[in-house]
Structures are given as C-alpha cells and as structure tokens.
Design a binder for this molecule. Structure first.
Ligand SMILES: CSC[C@H]1O[C@H](OP(=O)(O)O)[C@H](O)[C@@H]1O
Ligand SMILES: Nc1ncnc2[nH]cnc12
Length: 287
C-alpha cells in the first residue's frame, strides 16, 4: 500500500472537522456530476485527511438527493484509501441505547432503486463481491478506537438502509426488527457499494440517536430528539476519528484495494473510448 489517506463522510450533525492542519477547501469535478459540497483536505497527526459533509453544509440534501457517485469518485480522485462514514441511526434493539455506538458489519437494502449506486453501465459491466460489505480490518480499528475513546460500542450488526425521508411506520419498524437488524438509517448502502467498486475500504461509525418508533416506553423518533443526542455523539465521533488516525498504519491485509480484479465481464475489446475515459480513474489499471 502507498500513502494512506483517510476520508471521512460526515452525516447528520457532523458538518465540519476540527483539528486539521494545512486545511484547504477543494472543489472536485467528476463525470457523475457535483459532489455534496467542497471537500476539506488537511493533516491530522501526520495523516492526510479528506472530509465531506454528506448532506452538504447546512444539510441541504435529502438522503435520496445525495450524489453518492460524485462523492465517492471525489474521494478516489483525492487519493483516499479508507473511508469512515459517520452516520446517525435509529436503534432496533433494546440493548443499543441512544448515545451508544455501533460498528455495523452487514446491510439490508430497502431503498427504492432510485439512487445511482454503481459506476458501471453504459458500455462497461462489472459485478463486485459484496457478501461482506464493509472492510473488516477498518471496522476492527473503528471498534478499538471507539473503546479507547470511552464509548459504549457494539461490534457488528446489520444496518437497514431505508429510502426516507419520512421515518418508518410502526408496522415497518416492527417488521425490520423481525429481520433481526440492529440499526436503521437512510444513507449507507449506496456509499458502501460505490466504495467497493472504487476499491476503497469502507467502515461505519453509527451513532444511535433514538429507538425509531417500535419502543413502547420511548417517544417516536423526531429530528429534534436526533439532533439533541447528536450534539453529544458528534464530540464522541470526532474523538473516535482521532483515535483511529493514531492507531491505523498505512499497511493493510484486506482485499478492498483489488475488488475489481475478477469483476469486469465486458470484453476489453468492446469497451468504447468514451467508457474508458469516463471510468479511467476507477478501472484504468485493469484495461
Ligand atoms: C436527521 S435524521 C435522518 C437522517 O439522519 C441520518 O443521516 P446520516 O446517515 O447522513 O447521518 C439518516 O440516514 C437520515 O438521512
Ligand atoms: N429512526 C431512524 N430511522 C432512519 N434514519 C435515522 N437516522 C437516525 N434515526 C433514524
């Protein structure tokens, strides 16, 4: 592995990253349109960092309006090798209380297929493996870092990604609980798929903010309640990121950076010049 660059995608409540030196704001153009905002680049404890607020500064974008392709492409263009997603989630299990942290290892996709969640198509077909959708090595680092930061942290668990923007009905919430999921959110599935296609490690710090609407002795989820808990959780998320940066080395033994090795099925001779150009950053080394 060459130089490591850590990307952080900040979710609801996390719109800035403090403590960086050599800070720059970078506008990135992509073949897939505009990212959520300008990227902030800088250095933390000697490690190059790239930060992007998922919903844009001022939280202007719905989960289904976020241009996930442009965001991940931008991270790749800036040299990011590992992405840490920070996400607000509802808890679907009694033992995950608001204020706790979860490092999920699985996803269930309940979005409506309206979000662009692949770089491929239009002349080039590839199918990446996605059985284990997060980088196990990065997730282990996140788990250890969360413990070191003093969080109550749950290692593993399934994140159900719903479309939103309305929260779930009580019947849906109970249905998802019967699936055995741990947490619910609206954003992580497209990011995880695109990060895998871009051969970038992806791991999640999920900040439990509420019990959705299934819990009989807690109020139904509301933005107000989420933001209240997020104020404390964001401080914890920043502290976890600080711990990760201290611990994580440049070397890794995961296979994220070679995810496309056996994924491309299109005959190389059939790939148009336009597709080659559009996807050069993603697949250039395989053509
Ligand atoms: C503000 S509550 C719902 C909103 O919060 C989560 O966002 P993110 O994953 O970016 O932290 C959830 O997915 C919804 O988008
Ligand atoms: N209950 C919930 N459902 C979906 N997304 C969320 N983000 C935070 N809490 C949530």
């Amino acid at each position: 592995m060459g130089e490591q660059v850590i990307g952080v995608i900040g979710g609801s409540g996390l719109y800035e990253m403090e403590g960086l030196s050599d800070v720059r704001s970078v506008a990135v153009e992509t073949p897939f349109g505009a990212p959520s905002d300008e990227f902030i680049t800088g250095v933390l404890d000697g490690v190059r960092m790239v930060f992007l607020p998922r919903h844009g500064r001022g939280h202007r974008l719905l989960p289904s309006e976020v241009n996930y392709r442009a965001n991940i492409y931008g991270m790749k263009k800036l040299g990011v090798t590992r992405i840490i997603s920070v996400s607000a989630v509802g808890s679907m299990k009694e033992e995950i209380a608001p204020g706790h942290i979860v490092i999920p290892d699985q996803f269930i996709d309940r979005t409506n297929a309206t979000r662009a969640n692949t770089f491929f198509g239009n002349g080039l077909v590839a199918h990446v493996q996605f059985a284990d959708p997060v980088c196990a090595e990065l997730s282990e680092h996140l788990f250890e870092a969360a413990k070191a930061a003093g969080a109550i942290v749950h290692g593993g668990g399934t994140y159900l990604c719903m479309e939103g923007p309305a929260f779930s009905t009580r019947a849906e919430s109970n249905l998802y609980r019967s699936f055995g999921v741990s947490i619910i959110g609206m954003t992580n599935i497209p990011e995880a798929k695109l990060a895998r296609e871009a051969e970038i490690c992806y791991g999640v710090i999920a900040l439990a903010t509420d019990y959705d609407c299934w819990h009989e002795s807690h109020d139904d989820v509301s933005v107000d309640a989420i933001l209240g808990i997020m104020k404390q959780n964001v401080v914890m998320a920043k502290s976890i990121i600080g711990q990760v940066v201290k611990r994580i080395g440049a070397d890794s033994s995961c296979s994220c950076s070679s995810a496309l090795t056996y994924a491309i099925i299109t005959d190389r001779a059939a790939v148009s010049a336009e597709a080659r150009q559009r996807l050069d950053l993603i697949i250039g080394k395989y053509l």
